[in-house]
Design a protein around this ligand. Structure first.
Ligand SMILES: C[S@@+](CC[C@H](N)C(=O)[O-])C[C@H]1O[C@@H](n2cnc3c(N)ncnc32)[C@H](O)[C@@H]1O
Length: 271
């Protein structure tokens, strides 16, 4: 109890340097090891990441990301920070929707994609070049726990399938709060807890047996996809994560489940 109170009173830098343990999938590891293990996962799968997403989810990840964008309501002139933005799926959708709403004389929307993994960003940049999508995007290498952006500098913050990989989720949330302007919106899309017993059984059987197998066939890396499945089980429930978002200072925090809770979208506002 006393230890938890001490932790709460530390600065983010002090918290990042603590030498506790955390989980990497179902394994316990030192906190200072986790980031490089996660980096290894995404280094290994970066060039097959997008194909694997389609295969694993049967294309559902596209619908879930569209849902996030609908909630976000992109507008011309808006500056989005997409953390753990990887190969750019959220950023591309955001810019496309904002552009479709743009009237003459309005400033375009822009997006900063921040990801800790340079290989994921490189795969995203290559996609952007292929699709002629490179205007109004900044690609930044950085850690969600120490965002390389000033206070109160963005209108919205998104993180899709990223936060469960972060070592200190509470710190990432306080960083999200710091960089948002007052009135700014936080939205997180993440795997969550399935709330229907039959669906849970099917989902568990599918994810523990088939996903690592697809990972092996498509990326040659079974272990990274075993980590993915395990990391989903270690992520806090919808309610617990909602409390963590509130603890970081956000107001009007809500969530909604998609596909029976396979994923959830959490939202909060910096007032
Ligand atoms: C599953 S991918 C999600 C990519 C993209 N948002 C999407 O939805 O397709 C997770 C991403 O989180 C990034 N990541 C992991 N830990 C991070 C951290 N501490 N800070 C920033 N990015 C991180 C990884 O490099 C990877 O690109």
């Amino acid at each position: 109890m006393q230890q938890r109170a001490m932790f709460r009173n530390m600065t983010n830098e002090e918290k990042i340097k603590t030498e506790g343990t955390t989980h990497f999938g179902f394994r316990d590891v030192n906190e200072d090891e986790k980031q490089s293990l996660v980096k290894g996962v995404f280094d290994s799968v970066a060039d097959k990441y997008d194909i694997m997403n389609d295969v694993m989810s049967g294309g559902l990840h596209r619908l879930w990301k569209n849902d996030l964008i609908r909630d976000l309501r992109p507008k011309p002139g808006m500056h989005l920070l997409d953390v753990a933005g990887g190969t750019g799926d959220i950023a591309f959708r955001f810019l496309k929707t904002a552009k479709s709403r743009m009237k003459e004389g309005e400033a375009p929307a822009k997006v900063t994609i921040c990801d800790i993994n340079a290989n994921m960003l490189a795969a995203g940049r290559a996609r952007a070049l292929d699709h002629g999508n490179f205007d109004h995007i900044d690609w930044v290498t950085g850690n969600a726990e120490m965002l390389p952006l000033p206070d109160c500098s963005v209108d919205a913050y998104t993180i899709a399938f990223g936060i469960r990989n972060v070592t200190h989720i509470d710190i990432a949330l306080t960083e999200a709060f710091r960089v948002l302007k007052p009135g700014g919106r936080f939205i997180c899309l993440e795997f969550s807890k399935v709330d229907l017993p039959l669906l849970k059984q099917i989902y568990d059987a599918y994810s523990f047996n088939l996903i690592p197998y697809f990972g092996e066939i498509i990326t040659g890396d079974k272990d990274s996809y075993q980590y993915l499945v395990e990391s989903i089980r270690k992520f806090p429930s919808q309610e617990k994560f909602k409390t963590m978002i509130k603890d970081a200072g956000f107001k009007k925090v809500t969530y909604r489940n998609l596909s029976g809770g396979i994923v959830a979208i959490h939202s909060g506002w910096r007032i």
